[in-house]
Write a protein that binds this ligand. Sequence first.
Ligand code: GUN
Length: 281
Amino acid sequence: MYKLIDGKKLAHKMRAAIKEDIEGYKAASGKEIGLAVVLVGEDPASQVYVRNKIKACEEVGIKSYAYYLDENTAQARVEELIKSLSVDGKINGILVQLPLPSHLDSKKILELIPFSKDVDGFSAENMGRLCMNEPCLVACTPNGVMKMFESEGIELSGKNAVVIGRSNIVGKPMAMLLTNANATVTLCHSRTRDLKAKCLEADIVVAAIGKAKFITADMIKQGAVVIDVGMDRDENGKLCGDVDFESVKEKCSYITPVPGGVGPMTITMLMYNTYLSATRS
Ligand code: GUN
């Protein structure tokens, strides 16, 4: 019998705790906490994410500063904005919603964010520190997954973990976090040979592939923990994950649903990172 890891419930609980911490910080320091959210263009999914991030700020007591820039904004204008936010004392975190329009050089823009305000944890400094198991701001989605393991008391030490997907946003930091937690990690990707055999060895599977229902029951070991980071659409246009939930769940000890699994944890960890940035500055 599997147990569902309820990300919505955990996110709610964590946001209440973060709100309390923020109230304490504000009372003790007499300062506000500020998050700048930069959206360039009108990508519908990005608009939803940004709206939810701003809503979460209100919920926990962070002041949000939203910058909505036109699709055709010049590179120099975006760079200028990031540079000014970098030295703005009211701003503790800077989030540039990705993907940026293709005419912009994302790497150059993100590199202007000081690592102390890099609440996405995407910078080379934060990624490098994570790799070296030093204090840093950790990318929100994989950090949210770690909180799910923690809240369920899922032991990671000595376990075989398979992470599928090697993105800088999820797969790579996820593999690092699991390694730091003493799991034995295999980081799989589109060129991996015999993915099924690798998955069948895994006590823990984290799917961050971006393909609807890609992970099927025949790939999962009995009793495995399965975490689904996917946000896909099935053949009927319905939101689903990278895992074929209905068949896979019967084999799992724990599984996350989509929606209501990892998703709500990502924004919660953004709030947490913004709070951390404020306390560390
Ligand atoms: N686009 C998709 N996921 C993310 C994220 O975690 N952070 C940012 N900035 N953009 C994204």
